[in-house]
Design a protein around this ligand. Structure first.
Ligand SMILES: [Zn+2]
Ligand SMILES: [Zn+2]
Length: 317
């Protein structure tokens, strides 16, 4: 009962990734990829889950099916090791200061998980997914108000607020490109995104979220034009950014692999599709059950491809 009263952590927001993936598995009229956002469906009380402690870098993943919550180990958990769950503020989605503030306001504790500890003690080093790079040599920029190039012998330095305002402008330009994309103006969208990409590469780290977003936009546009090969190349670049930020076995990575599998499937790149389907299944099944829409779609794609693949000559039955 105590846990029911202190429902905080067990009081889960049941969300659904709205239209999460989606390069359509079967070519739709528009053939366009939709974006993703989390839709809050309901709030549920889960007294058993409330028994788990929080970590900003947990070793489990929670999924909901109707009113049932399932907790899966998202990595190997040793005997006697604590099973940890994330109450929302995950280290790959927000910085340590924001996480600490959210946990303090909502759950009344100061998080001392290893991720918070490491980040608090290396405050100078910002995560790669929001780092600036040197305009002349592409090395990471370091510092607080004034940033200097981290490479020995390079004298480049710049004010942080100058780069922050460049990033803001770039964000606006990317937003305009996304609008063109959703209005079906594909060629202008590609031109705009290619311009944004050149600008981004001159001051943002290669793993900056913005570069991933631009690559994802280019992948969408190419998929809509039916250029599956180019689309796959852009999506693979976007995948590298997602992996750097969220980790290779994260649910975010699973969604991206699912999109890539669809691209290969649509382009009839059979071996690439099959190996990406296998990877996507492997990652997604760490987080979701077999009833999950994406896992089911992957299985359909796999059986369709296996039916298409001729039996190698000379193989014995
Ligand atoms: Zn923490
Ligand atoms: Zn430099």
């Amino acid at each position: 009962m105590f846990h029911l009263i202190s429902v905080g952590p067990g009081c889960g927001a049941m969300t659904q990734m709205g239209c999460r993936p989606s390069y359509p598995a079967h070519r739709s009229k528009e053939g366009i990829v939709t974006g993703s956002r989390q839709v809050r469906l309901a709030t549920g009380i889960f007294p058993v889950i409330s028994l788990l402690n929080h970590s900003c870098s947990p070793n489990t993943s929670v999924s909901f099916m109707s009113t049932v919550a399932t907790i899966r180990a998202s990595q190997r958990i040793g005997k006697g090791q604590e099973i940890l769950h994330c109450y929302g503020p995950h280290k790959s989605r927000m910085g340590v200061a924001e996480r600490q503030q959210k946990l303090r306001t909502q759950y009344f504790f100061d998080c001392t998980c290893p991720a918070c500890h490491t980040e608090t003690h290396s405050m100078a080093a910002r995560p790669r997914w929001e780092a600036f790079c040197c305009n002349s040599c592409r090395a990471p920029m370091q510092g607080d108000d004034v940033l200097s190039c981290g490479r020995r012998g390079c004298a480049e330095s710049v004010r942080r607020d100058h780069l922050a305002s460049r990033l803001q402008d770039l964000q606006q330009q990317v937003g305009m490109a996304q609008k063109l994309l959703s209005n079906g103006k594909l060629e202008p969208a590609i031109q705009q995104l290619s311009w944004c990409q050149r600008d981004a590469e001159s001051f943002l780290s290669a793993e900056h979220t913005m570069l991933g977003e631009i690559e994802d936009g280019l992948a969408q546009a190419c998929a809509a034009l039916g250029d599956w090969q180019k689309s796959a190349t852009h999506l693979q670049n976007s995948l590298r950014v997602v992996e750097a930020r969220h980790g290779p076995s994260s649910v975010e990575m699973g969604h991206e692999l699912f999109k890539l599998a669809q691209i290969f499937f649509n382009g009839f790149a059979v071996p690439e599709a099959l190996s990406t389907i296998r990877k996507a299944e492997e990652v997604l099944s760490l987080h979701c059950g077999p009833w999950d829409d994406e896992i089911q779609e992957l299985q359909k794609m796999k059986s369709c491809l296996l039916d298409l693949t001729p039996t190698p000559v000379g193989s014995s039955v």
